[in-house]
Design a binder for this molecule. Structure first.
Ligand code: AMP
Ligand code: ZN
Ligand code: FE
Ligand code: FE
Length: 288
């Protein structure tokens, strides 16, 4: 069993890098990908601990990008894996640092918007919940703590989701730019949880993914906690038809995504075989 999609408390998970590595080792996970949003800090802290525990640790990151399809502009999550020696280039790290700056700007505007919608909340309060970065799940926790909502889910529904009146846009890179930066930086780009794109027609979904491949996309996430068995089968077939690499993971966030277990997902709906990582590595090494 492996898990190539997880978050530490350096982004919006609740486990420290040490807790995450130890949890993975204790349940017999052979390889763990840490894919925090917009930061490598959690991965880096986990490196020596994974070495101690004999866990194969994979360097990753999750990027929020934007793309136009269906009814206008949407946010698309992209995973990047750095599987070779040396990890991400310094140029790529600098590019990621700029993403963190745009996130902070979004947070300032989100606080202002929540205030305008009658919520008493300050930037300091939410930043105190996070470490390398502050994300909407941290806002959700503060909203819960202050009694505005009873669950993280309700916090998103009422205040934080794209459909909520207080939502604010974040200035994120266009998906083609992100794919290019990842490739230049020594990584491979993998479309995260494609089911969240929300396509109803499989032909349209496949056409969109084919378009991303033309931009340089290298793989898609076939196994994910949000995927039904039918979704997984469909993405497996799409990866075969389009010649894309395959990845998979639970998207574990600790208490920030209740009901979702490391390695096995929701009620055991995720199973990622060791060979998936071997093939990802072999595929990544083939270009350049
Ligand atoms: P951010 O990167 O700060 O915009 O926040 C994105 C994070 O919020 C990701 O980890 C998502 O999984 C999480 N998220 C987005 N929508 C929801 C939702 N409806 N319920 C719970 N978590 C969500
Ligand atoms: Zn997250
Ligand atoms: Fe995601
Ligand atoms: Fe994620």
């Amino acid at each position: 069993m492996i898990d190539l999609h997880s978050h530490t408390n350096e982004s919006d998970g609740t486990y420290t890098p040490r807790e995450l590595v130890e949890a993975a080792a204790s349940i017999g996970i052979e390889a763990l990908g840490i894919t925090d949003h917009d930061t490598f800090a959690g991965y880096e802290l986990a490196v020596p601990i994974a070495r101690e525990r004999g866990l194969d640790l994979v360097c990753g990151i999750e990027l929020s990008t934007r793309a136009v399809f269906g009814h206008g502009q949407k946010t698309v999550h992209m995973l990047a894996f750095f599987l070779g020696e040396g990890g991400p280039s310094s140029d790529f790290r600098a590019w990621v640092a700029e993403l963190l700056a745009s996130r902070r700007d979004r947070n300032i505007r989100l606080i202002r918007s929540l205030n305008e919608h009658g919520v008493d909340i300050s930037l300091g309060e939410v930043e105190a919940m996070g470490r390398s970065l502050t994300g909407r799940p941290h806002f959700a926790r503060v909203l819960m703590k202050k009694g505005y909502v009873r669950s993280i889910d309700e916090a998103f529904r009422r205040y934080l989701a794209e459909s909520a009146p207080s939502y604010v846009e974040r200035d994120s890179p266009e998906i083609g730019e992100a794919i290019l930066e990842v490739a230049k930086g020594g990584g491979i780009s993998v479309l995260a949880h494609p089911v969240r794109l929300g396509f109803r027609k499989p032909e349209e979904e496949e056409r969109f993914i084919a378009g991303l491949k033309d931009l340089g996309l290298r793989g898609i996430e076939v196994w994910h906690s949000d995927h039904s068995a039918a979704d997984t089968a469909r993405y497996f077939d799409i990866s075969r038809r389009l010649g894309l690499l395959r990845s998979g993971g639970t998207d574990f966030h600790g208490a920030n995504k209740p009901g979702l277990e490391l390695g096995t997902g929701r009620n055991g709906n995720v199973h990622v075989a060791r060979e998936v990582l071997d093939q990802l590595r072999a595929g990544a090494a083939m270009v350049r």
